[in-house]
Design a protein. Structure first.
Ligand SMILES: [Zn+2]
Ligand SMILES: [Zn+2]
Length: 253
């Protein structure tokens, strides 16, 4: 409803650069110029985490990841144009842009995606209240429509984590440790609080499917690795992850 109203009120212009669309393109949200500024992430990369290959030795970024966490891929590098798009999704109150971001992610190749269930990375309660929606959940729903795969939300965030700038991969993993829980005691996890709404219960069998974590940005993958660890402990065998953006991080190798 809110989105329909938004559509009526907003003139047909690019959400990022405000260029007006022609009548033919009036349904669009992001213009070609803005979209072409998004720089795709391409191989050669670490087969597991999708980061550019280190010049020496093994990739350090994904060395500590839980065994179940197989593959992470991102659509575009988070530089100028893509950063604006993520900003609009997160802070601009424009969740509609999730459809455009998902369109850029739809070609990402993951093993088992044709039978996978999509799992958005949850927000902490305070951030959810401020924003009014979870941008990762919007992305997951938009991808779900494209891939024809369902979305489940087995994870809750038990605390918001501090900003992760300039931490090493090891420090980032420590920073997010314990940030997630599986929603439901039936998943093999003891949950601290009773589940109030039984409709939110996730059957244990759901976690045995290939799961695909969905998030807006991959920085070092520490948040995704922690989410994967919690899912693994709850019984998941195969977890992969997709994000729209990938931060250009210092080379830790
Ligand atoms: Zn534009
Ligand atoms: Zn790696």
């Amino acid at each position: 409803m809110r989105e329909a109203v938004e559509q009526l009120l907003l003139p047909a212009e690019c959400l990022l650069c405000r260029a007006l669309f022609s009548f033919r393109d009036a349904g669009r949200l992001v213009c070609d110029v803005c979209r072409h500024r998004w720089r795709p992430v391409r191989p050669p990369w670490c087969a597991r985490c999708g980061q550019p290959e280190p010049s020496f030795g093994r990739c350090r970024l994904c060395a500590e990841w839980p065994a179940a966490f197989g593959v992470a891929r991102s659509a575009v590098w988070l530089d100028a144009g893509a950063r604006e798009a993520v900003h609009a999704l997160k802070y601009g109150g424009l969740p509609r842009i999730a459809a455009e971001l998902a369109a850029a992610m739809v070609g990402l190749e993951l093993p088992g995606v044709e039978s996978a269930w999509l799992v958005p990375v949850p927000l902490g309660r305070a951030r959810f209240r401020d924003r009014g929606y979870n941008q990762s959940e919007r992305l997951a729903r938009a991808l779900s429509r494209r891939w024809g795969r369902p979305v489940i939300e087995p994870l809750v965030r038990t605390r918001d984590t501090a900003a992760q700038t300039a931490l090493t991969p090891e420090a980032r993993l420590a920073n997010v440790a314990g940030a997630f829980q599986v929603r439901n005691g039936e998943c093999g996890m003891r949950s601290e609080r009773p589940v109030k709404n039984s409709a939110l219960r996730i059957p244990h069998s759901a976690l045995r499917r290939p799961l695909v974590l969905v998030d807006d940005v991959f920085t070092t993958g520490a948040t995704l690795a922690e989410a994967a660890r919690v899912l693994e402990r709850a019984g998941a065998h195969t977890v992969s992850a997709v994000t729209f953006g990938r931060a250009v991080v210092p080379d830790f190798t």
